[in-house]
Each structure stands twice: as structure tokens, then as C-alpha cells.
Design a protein around this ligand. Structure first.
Ligand code: AMP
Length: 631
């Protein structure tokens, strides 16, 4: 029988089935899975081809889209129909990208500067979400072709610096491609997973993930504690990558041959040839000292063809060309450390991601900066997808050992007096987990207690999400404050929350299983977290006010009760003073001034302290009697 569970983070039903990991990159994308037999992550590829699918969409005159290598052919010759780097536009308005508008060789619509950007191809407008969905559709089809089974579920990676809009856009692109996106995972987290980092429960590590791709660079500092990944900082340059290395090589060759850049501007075919040669040289120099080649000149004179352009490049020259760019990335590493509040020596592991980290000079510079060797054993082009596959496998429930990696995305707690959220399981707790806390009644003889379970980060439950509610009934009559009700939260390995309330003196018990009817998307989770940050100041204020009010009301209640029961025990003067203080407090309670409420509560306290002690004594003796009766 297929195992089915409900994940409390996503609220989704999960069956043990294949879920693919997708690295949706700026330059290249790919799919990986956990091989059903070897149980190791592998990137999917058709026999004899690369696992990498260029993230490029070409539209023909009828609007038919092709994706990947085939589309790449048109990059230079049909720039207006050939869309690359759509990832850079995800979740962005034209205002966000206008400074880099020159980068895009296709038409990015700039009419309404605040709405999300669109790309115009012919008469058709495409959103970056649609463009990404073409790439994802292609990846899905490839995977289905190779695996000979439908692929409907995926984990997709995004840069750690992606904001909520960009993550949501990525999720939507998946949906549009017919994929149920079970989780959006940070690329550096995925890369670390591929190196097996974070899979040991007792592991505590600080990791630097250096990702230099074709067009973008970022470095992230992560902290892993007990299987939880926390991004401490990210830094980088979204317009720096291996393509810049290629451009520098081309400039170098143009100089060598006394050619002007205009030559390439006016001849797309030649420009393409130069670019391909430059990339070839760059790759060749990763394991050789000198590259030698030539390009036939398209120019001719009246008398004879012009000699071919000589393309020569030594590793030494190449390194000198790219040194300023490498220096820039190292400066970013330094800034990332500063922002994370971590020093170099505290970095336990350095993970290399992206094709451009194959350049030995890059590797050496990073290793020299951090003062230790870098991790580069896993193919840097595939490492993110492989990690996504590991995450997918964990979500599929195939890997019991790693289940603990799952964490609660939002805090779980119950409502206490005054509508306050009392958190039992803080967000980012590992699951399974169990937590218990004791509560008591606030009214004498209170026979039942309502347990309302909430999820969220705000201080007031009204701002959080109600998950469930039940009544613990049959609490034996006792004075307020005497019953001991233990509320325990248990999240089992399948992510189902079981809430139990038990009155410890009597043993009365009630429990409920919380299975969310619908899940929260990552976007909603992030929104809730964002709200909690935005409202943190207000929340602290409100909480303080509510707490002060609750305390004031309690004191008023107790005092009132004492006065009616024991008026004979106090003097006339005491009575008058108490009444005046009560009135002052009552008035304060109608106002929004926490300090005033506290001051008036304190004043009443001062006056009634001698009686309060008598009340306590009385309560204790009643309780003792009560206990005997229960026994
Ligand atoms: P990515 O965005 O991670 O797919 O990285 C692609 C970039 O890596 C491109 O700029 C490639 O030219 C570059 N790249 C791939 N292999 C090598 C190599 N062996 N040496 C240098 N750069 C490479």
C-alpha cells in the first residue's frame, strides 16, 4: 500500500512517488532524481547528451516555442525572438530592471513601470513566469521521456536572495508547466545537501557557498544546526559571470588582431563564432596552458582573402584578464562574512557551485581567501539540481533517516488570556517534536477549558491562523489557579500535529489531531513571517498592554471576591482605600496606557497585600480539601 501522509508545512498529501529536483538557472537548467536502485542523486540526460538545458526560449514566426540548445542557435541571429535570462526578470517590475535594460537584446515592455515586466515577441506579450514555464515544461517532458513515467511533482531551487514575489513567480511557473511545486529550496542549501552537509542530526557547521555561473555570482553564508539550514547572509553581483570572462577574451583577441569592436556589432555570425571560440578557449585553459586556434575572416580584398584571425591565449594571460572580476567576487565573500557576523576561520566548509568555478584561478583565489581547500568534487553545474533531488526524496518520504530535516515553517501555539499567542513549538523546530506546558484556570470552579491552536508569528492570535479548537471538559471544581492542565503538542514524523490537554490532578484528558484542510504556500508562510517582522514593534506593545490588562482584571476580580466574602475582616478605612484604588484601576483599564494600568494595579496591590495573603491561605486550604475529595 502506498504510504500517504500530510505535511503540516505544505498541507499537501504526499504519496511515496518520484519527485524530481529542478535547478531553474539563469543560463542553464536541469533535472535530477534519486536513482531508484543506487539511491544516489543523478542528473537526467538522454544518452550522449548533456544534462544541461540552456535556459533559452526561441519563438518562430508563428509563435511556436523551442527551448534549450536548439533555441541557443538563434541567440545572435534572432535576438528579438530569443529570450535568455528570463530568470532575471522573475517577480520584477520595469523599475527594478531599467538600469540593466541594455543587457536584454529582446523587448522588455516599459509602459507601466510599476507592474510586472513583460517581454514582447512579435505581437505577443510573455510574462517571465510564462517564459520560465516553457523551460520547465521542456524539463518535465525530458524527464518523462527518460523516466518513462509522468512527472507531476517537483522541488525547484531559487537563489537565497530571491524575495517572496520571485519565489511565488517561480512557483507559478511550475504550476503553469503542469508541476506541483512541493517546495522552493534555496540554491546554496541544495548545493550543501548534495555534499551531504546537514544530513547528520548532531552536525553544526558554518558553510560558504560560492556560486559563479554564466551570468551571475552570489555567495551565501549558511549555518546548519541539527539539520536546519539558516541563511546568515548573501552577497554578490547579478551581472557577473563566465560570460564576462568570454567577453574579455574576445576583446583580447580583437586587440591582438587589430580589429575594432564594430566588426562584431555589424556581423552577428562572426560575433557568435568569436563567442563560441572564447568559451572553448576558457574551458580548454582549465586544464591546459595555452590555447591556439583561428577564425576565417569574412572580409576579402580585391586580390586575396585576408589571413585568418589568430586566436592565441595562455593561461597566464587569461588569469590576468579575469583577475579584476575574481577580486570583485572575493570582496563579496568578505562582505558576506561581515554581514553574517562570522570570521573566515569559522567557515568549516566551502562549497563551489556553477560552471565558472572550474576555472583554476577562481578556485585558487577562493581557497586562498578562506584559507582552506574548497569542495569541488561534485559537478558544479549539477550540484544544485542533485541537492534538489535529495530534498525531493526526503519530501517523498523515501528517506526515513533524513525526515528530521523537515522543520515547522511557522510557530505553533495556543490562545491564552487576552487573546495572546503562547508559542509551544517555535518556528524552525525540527520534527518530530514534543513539547508540553502547564496552564491553569482563571475562574473559580471552572469546569472546562477551551484549547485553541494557532499557527503564526504574531503576538495576538487574531493575527495568526487558527488550526483547531477543542474543549477540555470535566475539570473538577477547584479555585482559580489550582487545576494543572498540561497541554502537549506532538508533531509526528509525518508532520501531523496532535494536541493533548490533560488535567493532572484529576487525569481528565482530551486530544485532537490537527490535519490542515489546506496548506500554506511558501509565499503565505513568508508573508506571515514578514508581517511578524513588520508588526513586531506594535505586537510587543499590544502584548504588553494585553498582559497588563489581564493582570489588572485578575487583581480586580480577586479583590472584589474577597470584599464580598470577607468584608467583616477589614476596617472601614481599608474598605474605602480599596474601593478608591479599584475605581482608579477600572478607569485605567478602559484606556490604552500600559504604564497607567500597571501603576494602578500596583497601587491596588499595595493596599490589598495584607488581604491577598489571607486569600492565598484560604485558597490553599480549599485546595487541600479539594484534593482529599478527589483522592
Ligand atoms: P552555469 O550558469 O552554472 O551553468 O555556468 C555556466 C558557465 O560556466 C558558463 O559561462 C560556462 O562557460 C562556464 N563553464 C563551464 N565549464 C567550464 C570550464 N571547464 N571552465 C571554465 N568555465 C566553464
Amino acid at each position: 500500500m502506498a504510504k500517504i501522509s500530510i505535511n503540516i508545512a505544505t498541507g499537501s498529501l504526499q504519496q511515496a512517488e518520484m519527485i524530481v529536483g529542478i535547478d531553474l538557472g539563469t543560463t542553464n537548467s536541469l533535472v535530477a532524481i534519486i536513482h531508484p536502485e543506487t539511491k544516489k542523486p543523478v542528473a537526467l540526460k538522454e544518452h550522449g547528451t548533456s544534462s544541461l538545458v540552456p535556459s533559452i526560449v526561441h519563438f518562430d514566426q508563428y509563435g511556436n516555442a523551442t527551448v534549450g540548445e536548439e533555441a541557443k542557435q538563434y541567440l545572435e541571429t534572432e535576438p528579438q525572438n530569443t529570450i535568455f535570462s528570463a530568470k532575471r526578470l522573475m517577480g520584477k517590475s520595469f523599475n527594478d530592471v531599467k538600469n540593466n535594460a541594455g543587457f536584454f537584446t529582446y523587448k522588455v515592455i516599459d509602459d507601466n513601470t510599476d507592474s510586472l515586466v513583460k517581454v514582447q515577441v512579435g505581437d505577443t506579450f510573455y510574462s517571465p513566469i510564462e517564459l520560465s514555464s516553457f523551460i520547465l515544461k521542456e524539463l518535465k517532458q525530458r524527464a518523462e521521456h527518460i523516466l518513462k513515467t509522468p512527472v507531476t511533482k517537483a522541488v525547484i531551487t531559487v537563489p537565497a536572495y530571491f524575495n517572496d514575489a520571485q519565489r511565488q513567480a517561480t512557483r507559478d511557473a511550475g504550476k503553469l508547466a503542469g508541476l506541483d511545486v512541493l517546495r522552493i529550496v534555496n540554491e546554496p542549501t541544495a548545493a550543501s545537501l548534495a555534499y551531504g552537509l546537514g544530513l547528520q542530526m548532531d552536525e553544526e557547521k558554518t558553510i560558504a557557498v560560492y556560486d559563479l555561473g554564466g551570468g551571475t555570482f552570489d555567495v551565501s553564508i549558511l549555518r546548519i544546526t541539527g539539520g536546519i539550514f539558516e541563511v546568515l547572509s548573501t552577497n554578490g553581483d547579478t551581472y557577473l559571470g563566465g560570460d564576462d570572462f568570454d567577453r574579455l577574451i574576445i576583446q583580447h583577441w580583437l586587440q591582438q588582431n587589430n580589429l575594432s569592436e564594430d566588426l562584431l556589432h555589424n556581423n552577428k555570425q562572426l560575433s557568435q563564432t568569436f563567442r563560441l571560440k572564447a568559451e572553448e578557449a576558457k574551458k580548454y585553459l582549465s586544464s591546459n596552458d595555452e590555447f591556439n586556434s583561428s577564425i576565417t575572416s569574412p572580409l576579402t580584398t580585391h586580390h586575396s582573402p585576408i589571413a585568418p584571425y589568430a586566436l592565441r591565449l595562455t593561461t597566464k594571460d587569461f588569469n590576468a584578464l579575469i583577475q579584476p572580476l575574481i577580486d570583485k567576487t572575493i570582496a563579496s565573500c568578505s562582505n558576506a562574512l561581515k554581514d553574517a557576523g562570522v570570521n573566515k576561520a569559522e567557515i568549516d566548509t566551502i562549497v563551489m557551485v556553477g560552471g565558472s568555478t572550474r576555472v583554476p584561478a577562481v578556485k585558487n583565489a577562493v581557497s586562498a581567501f578562506f584559507g582552506k581547500p574548497v569542495n569541488d568534487m561534485v559537478n558544479p553545474d549539477e550540484v544544485v539540481a542533485l541537492g534538489a533531488a535529495i530534498q525531493a526524496d526526503i519530501l517523498a518520504g523515501n528517506n526515513k533517516d533524513f525526515l528530521l530535516l523537515d522543520i515547522t515553517p511557522l510557530s505553533l501555539g495556543i490562545e491564552t488570556m487576552g487573546g495572546l499567542m503562547d508559542v509551544l513549538i517555535p518556528r524552525n523546530s525540527k520534527i518530530p517534536t514534543k513539547v508540553g506546558r502547564q496552564y491553569t484556570t482563571h475562574k473559580d470552579g471552572q469546569g472546562s477549558m477551551r484549547i485553541s491552536v494557532f499557527q503564526g508569528e504574531r503576538d495576538l492570535v487574531k493575527d495568526n491562523r487558527r488550526l483547531a479548537e477543542f474543549n477540555l471538559t470535566g475539570i473538577p471544581g477547584m479555585p482559580a489557579g489550582m487545576p494543572k492542565v498540561e497541554v502537549s503538542f506532538l508533531i509526528n514524523a509525518d508532520g501531523i500535529l496532535v494536541v493533548t490537554a490533560k488535567e493532572l490532578r484529576s487525569g481528565v484528558q482530551q486530544s485532537i489531531e490537527v490535519k490542515p484542510q489546506y496548506g500554506l504556500t511558501d509565499g503565505q508562510v513568508e508573508q506571515m513571517l514578514m508581517d511578524s517582522i513588520t508588526h513586531a514593534k506594535d505586537d510587543i506593545k499590544t502584548r504588553a498592554l494585553v498582559e497588563a490588562r489581564t493582570e489588572g482584571e485578575q487583581i480586580l476580580g480577586v479583590t472584589e471576591k474577597f470584599l464580598t466574602k470577607n468584608s467583616s475582616l477589614i476596617t472601614h478605612e481599608e474598605m474605602l482605600n480599596t474601593a478608591a484604588a479599584m475605581q482608579a484601576l477600572q478607569l485605567a483599564l478602559t484606556m490604552e496606557d500600559k504604564n497607567l494600568i500597571q501603576a494602578k494595579t500596583e497601587e491596588l496591590n499595595e493596599i490589598t497585600r495584607p488581604f491577598a495573603e489571607r486569600v492565598m491561605d484560604a485558597a490553599i486550604s480549599t485546595a487541600m480539601k479539594g484534593q482529599k475529595i478527589l483522592e
